[in-house]
Structures are given as C-alpha cells and as structure tokens.
Design a protein around this ligand. Sequence first.
Ligand code: C2E
Ligand code: MG
Ligand code: MG
Ligand code: MG
Length: 289
Amino acid sequence: EAKSAGKGQVVFFHDRMDTEYQQRQQLKADLRKAIDEGELSLVYQPLINPRENRIVGCEALARWTHPTLGPISPADFIPIAEETGMISDLTRYVLNLATHDCMTWPKNIMVAVNISARDFRSRQVETMVMDALSKSGLPPSRLEIEVTETTVIDEQEAAEATLHTLQAMGIGIALDDFGTGYSSLSYLRSMPFTKLKIDRSFVADIETDSHALRLLANVAQLGQDLALKITVEGVETEGQLALITEKTNVDLVQGFLYGRPLSNEALTILLSAHNPAPPLAQPLRIAAK
Ligand code: C2E
Ligand code: MG
Ligand code: MG
Ligand code: MG
C-alpha cells in the first residue's frame, strides 16, 4: 500500500516538474523574443538629496510585460536572462535606452544602470558602456553603474580591471544592496567604488529599534570614512526620512516615499517642472503610478 502511494507521488512530481519545466522553457523563449524585439521597457526611480530635497539622478529598472502572463518581476526574469546568457543583450539594451533617455533630461541629472555579475564574465561591459556613451553622447560623469557583492565575489578578477577603467573615465561605480552579501569588507578598498547603496533591510526597523538606527548610521559612516558617497535604499515613510536626515550623514535617499519608479514620460514632466532642478519649495512627493 505504502509502495503504491509512493509510486503515485513520484508520478505526480514528475508531471508537475514537466509542466514547470515546460513553462520555464516557454518563458525563456518569450524573454529571448522580448529582448530581440525591444519589448522590454525601463522605469526610472529618482535618487534624492534629502537635505536639499532635490532629484540628482534616476536608477533605470527593467520591466517586462508578458503578452499573456502580464507584468513579470525583474527578480524573476533577470535570473533567467543570467542563466541563459541573454543578460548581455538585456544589459546592452538597458544601457543604450537609459543613456539615450538621460540625454533628454536636464544636464545635472545622472542615470544609474544595474550590471549583472554575469556581464563581467563575458568581458563585454567596457565595450557596451563605451558604445552606449558614444551613441547617446552622454558624458561619462552622468552615468553610474551599479554592481552587487555577487560581482565582487564571483567575478572579482574580470570586474576589477573593467571597473577601474570605467571609473578612470569618470563613470560612477556603486556597490548595490550593500550589507546583504557575504563579501569581505576589504573589497571596499580594493575595488574602485564611488558609492555604497545601503540595502533597504537596514532601514526597515529604524523607527522602532534604536540599534537598527545606530547600525544604519554607522554603516553610512564606514562608507564615508572611505570617501564613498552613500545612498540609502527603501525609504518608505516620513518617519524614516526624518531619522535619516537627523541622525545620519547620508548623501542620497531612494524609496517608495518619493514614489514608485516612473515611465520616462512621467519622469520628464516631473523634471521639467523643476528644471534646472533647484531645491524644491514643497516637499517632493511623486504620485504613485
Ligand atoms: P535594485 O537594483 O536594488 O533596485 C531597487 C529595487 O528596489 C527596485 O525593484 C525598486 O523598485 C525597489 N524599491 C525601490 N524603493 C523601494 C522601497 O521603498 N521599498 C521597497 N520594498 N522596494 C523599493 P525592482 O525594480 O523590482 O528590481 C529588483 C531588482 O532587479 C533590482 O534591485 C536589480 O537587482 C534587478 N534589476 C532591475 N532592473 C535591472 C536591469 O536592468 N539589469 C539588471 N542586471 N538587474 C536589474
Ligand atoms: Mg540597483
Ligand atoms: Mg539596490
Ligand atoms: Mg535590491
């Protein structure tokens, strides 16, 4: 009896795995098509100087609306692109579009683009970045690339040389999601970072936990002691913003408090209202999409 139940389960799992496998294969094929045919889009999330209440730049975030499944999170499709090697085509597309869009914004607004660890393995990052800058005409100083600790851990050798070259051109290099990985802090000196983006998990509890606030302030100070600019990600409430501006010395904040990422059209309207981006008289709040 137990044997037949076990057998039945095995059959059940195999069926389900087949379906999941087929769905994943379909998704891979659909993503290939989406990248090739320019069906991916970008949204932009403002990076804000909280003391001047001023937008200094935007992070480009990839979006994919699947024809039948609807919006698919980058947390789902970026790993597929990485596994299949499609990521370099995706990154090229994002770099080209983001630098192109940034050229239409006021001159004091920069753009940040996420680069995957896998991109460094193919050693195309330098070429892709140079091509995007020359096609768009964007000055290197208005581009920042964001890498995660996975890049530092998995692709250190390949990444280090490329990042040094890019940094020497004046491109900003941000270490994204700082504090969530397992890399050694010594990389903060050996890798040519210009900025740390402190992960939003460091912000979540600062209103209720004084240790969390002190940890955030000290992590920010650690980065600033190494001459790095600091961005705090995931600022969602007025209370968090108040504590961050009062108790830490961070340079920039980013988060849903200031709004969800915006289409280029919506962002352009927002920026033109503040062109040439003087300090805002009113607290900046972007309507949620
Ligand atoms: P990330 O680079 O750390 O981007 C920030 C993510 O946090 C975005 O999610 C953004 O929408 C979200 N976020 C911003 N403010 C808040 C907040 O206040 N609260 C919360 N809970 N979340 C906030 P998104 O757009 O879903 O992207 C997720 C991740 O996917 C990104 O994390 C990045 O690692 C990756 N990604 C997105 N676009 C690209 C891309 O073009 N290339 C690569 N390689 N990765 C990308
Ligand atoms: Mg990022
Ligand atoms: Mg991040
Ligand atoms: Mg993140």
